[in-house]
Design a binder for this molecule. Sequence first.
Ligand code: DOR
Ligand code: ZN
Length: 345
Amino acid sequence: MTDTLTIRRPDDWHLHFRDGDVMRAVVPYTARQFARAIVMPNLTPPITTTEMARDYRERILAAVPEGHDFMPLMTCYLTDTTNVDDLARGAGEGVFTAAKLYPANATTNSASGVSDVELIYPVLERMEAEGIVLCVHGEVTDHDIDVFDREAEFIERHLRAIIANFPKLKVVFEHITTLDAVEFVKASGPNVAATITPQHLHINRNAMLVGGIQPHNYCLPVAKRETHRLALRAAATSGSPKFFLGTDSAPHFRHDKESACGCAGIFGAPVALESYLTVFDEEGAIEQFEGFASLYGPAFYGLPVNEDSVTLERAESPVPDELALAGSTIVPWHGGQTLGWRFRG
Ligand code: DOR
Ligand code: ZN
């Protein structure tokens, strides 16, 4: 039995840092485990220009604790009126690593998102030409579509068309939650990949709805039924380079989640690697973990792999019920549980 695992330092290919005090409180958790992270732009106001992204990157870098070599990779929030020249300039100058498509009102701070995907086809055309990665929140927002069907419906209504129209565009289908998404990504070319969160590998929708409403298991896209969770576990541990790590770590204060209209998002950063490795261990696939966590993401984004390494050890690892952060409290993913792996550093 493997009791320690040393792998190249991983990267987190999708997370939310927020801004201000919360950002300063959460960045150290990610910088402790990861070398780089794709930072979501859904602030208020959203990060829509090169200048905004450059400033935001500086604020994040200023929050990285001494002794950590951490690089935030910035994304441009696409809107109906994105300035494509500015996006291309920002990508050329190394400020933007990707652009993010939020369908309007799909999730937290997405009101300024794209109201009709076809409106941004000229932007996608330029991104395809310039090799800029498109990160997609793949859910339709139409009120007539059941929340559990929104991801599968997005594939049929939008993603197939995007990929058919822009066959060389690099697309990351983010935080996938369904067998439909797994199959779609597998059947697509090498320019289409997906990230998978730890929560969608651990829980199905029962964890959110059985025994009382469980707001700390609520995120978007919502966890689906067990069949889908099993498909995600198989994909993540398969060794396919199309599936890689993206926590979607999304801090919300405890009181905002435990409310009559609780926020979507799970704060996974404090125990990200321990959580993922538990799944790989349960699946008998520890040898596939380094590819998922540290190799396939850089390969897809065309970036070098990290040179240093991290070690995890098999040991009881209790997770606190809550963390005092930014003058309030945040419940971390796995809060109150004991994991079987510990991050050593
Ligand atoms: O659960 C989520 N939380 N899903 C998202 O897409 C956004 C995120 C957030 O920003 O809180
Ligand atoms: Zn997200």
